[in-house]
Ligand binder design. Structure first.
Ligand code: GDP
Length: 296
């Protein structure tokens, strides 16, 4: 990542090399470059401000001022802070629960919840050797239930039927009961999304959370959402104790600044990244690599 970073910042590092001392002006110049890069990557403004303030605090300390190569020390601080903010080294899905371990999928319509539910099912079957059941609580769009059925089949998991005339809470109870009786290891619950946050949606997903007591509550967010990801993340964090994030559509051409925003707003680790429409297009999120992408 240091190399990706230095593309942007190497000029400043070079300028600083010849100087006997680092000045506050140098630090400001450097931070201005970093700020620009983050904004270009669509990181939300308040998140950029926070990040820059943290880096500045560290940069103005002895570590940089007394360093032999102040420019490089500063680059190091930026790199480490970015990767740390996005949570390098965070692990896989937590399944430590009395089976079935329930995973609740939350997010706006179109974020990629249904697709990601199937991707996760496949991951848990193949990599963790689990017996996986999926169910859709999206009673507002009959097509959504059918879509989950189709992709669940592709994943090699079992699909629990639901219909638009049922209440999501009843579907959740029935699926949980079935999963227990049939000794499933994991129950993946896809939920209804909306185009924008609304009260009814939030009340409903809170109720599902209370019924299901999930071991993972995953917030699925579209990397292309850019600045808007912040408001969505805030609303879901207020409604639910999020345990992880899945960033979808990273195969698109966004610089993926949403990762930094969403991570900072929710405090939850980014566990996976969606990298294609296909069922196997799911990767463990790599914060260092992503930091390089954000900085361009
Ligand atoms: P939901 O409304 O949140 O359930 O979203 P869907 O799972 O239906 O996904 C919405 C659209 O995004 C579909 O066309 C998916 O194929 C697509 N999609 C989901 N994840 C990814 C991804 O990681 N990459 C790409 N390119 N497309 C994705």
């Amino acid at each position: 990542m240091a190399s990706a970073l230095s593309d942007k910042l190497s000029r400043l590092v070079k300028e600083m090399r010849g100087q006997a001392r680092i000045t506050e002006d140098n630090v400001q110049d450097m931070l201005r470059e970093v700020r620009m890069a983050l904004l270009e990557a669509d990181v939300a403004l308040p998140v950029v401000r926070d990040f820059i303030a943290r880096v500045k605090d560290k940069a103005m300390g002895q570590e940089v001022l007394g360093s032999l190569s102040p420019g490089q020390a500063l680059v190091g601080i930026v790199s480490r802070e970015l990767a740390a903010t996005m949570g390098q080294g965070i692990s896989d899905i937590n399944l430590q629960a009395q089976p079935p371990a329930v995973i609740l999928m939350a997010g706006l319509q179109g974020a990629g919840k249904t697709t990601t539910t199937a991707k996760l099912a496949k991951h848990l079957i193949e990599k963790r050797k689990k017996k996986v059941l999926t169910v859709s609580g999206d009673v507002y769009r009959p097509a959504a239930i059918e879509q989950l059925k189709t992709v669940t089949k592709q994943a090699g998991a079992e699909w629990f039927p639901s219909t638009p005339d049922q209440k999501p809470a009843d579907i959740a109870r029935a699926a949980l009961d079935y999963a227990k009786r049939q000794y499933f290891d994991v129950l993946l619950v896809d939920t209804a999304g909306r185009l924008a946050i609304d009260e009814v949606l939030m009340r409903e997903i809170k109720e599902l959370h209370a019924i299901l007591n999930p071991v993972e509550t995953l917030f699925v967010v579209d990397a292309m959402q850019g600045q808007d990801a912040v408001n969505t993340a805030k609303a879901f964090k207020e409604a639910l104790p999020l345990t992880g994030i899945i960033l979808t559509k990273l195969d698109g051409d966004s610089r993926g600044g949403a990762a930094l925003s969403v991570r900072q707003i929710t405090g939850a680790p980014i566990k996976f990244a969606g990298v294609s429409e296909k069922i196997d297009g799911l990767e463990v999120f790599d914060a260092e690599r992503h930091a390089g992408r954000i900085l361009g």
